[in-house]
Design a binder for this molecule. Sequence first.
Ligand code: HAM
Length: 424
Amino acid sequence: MGSKIQAVSGMKDMLPEDVVQWQSIEGILKSILTNYAYSEIRSPMLEETKVFKRAIGQVTDIVEKEMYTFEDQGGDFIALRPEGTAQCVRAVLEHGLIHNKVQKLWYMGPMFRREKPQKGRLRQFHQLGVETFGIATPDADLELLYMNHKMWRALGVQDGIKLQINSLGTPEERLAYRNILVDYFSDNQDQLDEDSLRRLKTNPLRILDSKNKDMQSLIADAPSILDYLGEDSTAHFETIKHGLDLQNIAYTVNPRLVRGLDYYTHTVYEWVSDYLGAQSAVCAGGRYDGLVEKMGGRATPATGFALGLERLLIIMEEMALPQPTQKADVYIVHQYPEVLATAEKLREALPNLQIQCHLGSGGFKSQFKRADQSGASWAIVIGEDELQAGTFTIKPLREEAEQQTLKFRALVELLNQHSGSKGE
Ligand code: HAM
């Protein structure tokens, strides 16, 4: 016998009850995106590997060790997308979508990173990403933060999620700060772990992100980037903070927040939650004014975020928020194959109800058991008498009420009332 076949580690099936929940969350998020007038863009799962190498940075975890890449049969180097920003930039450039115009776009779908699976960390996970192109002023960043906040409230998770913000300034300011940081950590090399010693040479800002407990006091005493920002960058950051205050959105300024992707400038932020354990960010993003040019386009300011849907679900579960479930409304109990055609008529007349018609064999008793399991509120019985008289016996399954025998029209009317009250 061969070995057991199962899903790839870190990649999950979404079972029917999960899908109900996902669809409900997706519906809420999509209605907010529409409310803010953002448009959806859909792109392939695969891109040329160089798209991500160029955008995310060669010496980042994602590019160095987490990307699923392969050489295809034609000798092209292809990657499963690890994130959506680089891809979105590629797409808007390819199709001329940002030529002298502002674009407010969103996408939702699976991303792939070969990380070590653990709570809230998968190898295939799902992001809702939003990207705004063509606006350099901080209002574009603020609108995204307001929208995030609205999403948390709409989903009922606002008390479980906190905002951390920082500014990385312009590339020049960041470079000057990088040199200061290299001096600081070089003076304290004996306190750095192996990984940070390596980062000191390749990507020193990432040392600030280290989770190593022994290095925390060294990191806490490191120079803050906020002290090295110029006037314009400081003003940009102040506008963001003021805008958050105006909307009563609480935040913490975290000068150690540097993000794991290299493309950021100015504002960066993470929405974090204690419910997530070590992988605490549920949503993260910021401005990336240099990326479009780096990808071959004209210099175009841009800002965006991505929300991890699995992490959002963990928070909702840990906060014990009520979860939607899928239940039939009506279960048709019968003994005759002709009834399938009657079920068609009922579905036509009641398109908003979930109408399950018993399939396969089985006596009344076992069919009623199935009806009960389906969660249906009503059973419609079509036995010999009903078939002859052209009537339906409707029996409430969840409340103490008399069963009634009705003609088709009266039955539809009764169920219509029920379906009307469903959405309330
Ligand atoms: P990121 O911080 O790499 O940013 O990912 C954004 C979110 O995706 C994270 O906060 C987390 O919720 C989720 N996520 C990331 N990796 C995993 C994983 N292995 N398992 C589960 N969830 C995960 C970006 O991807 C940027 N493209 C965000 C952005 C858009 N910046 C500007 N525009």
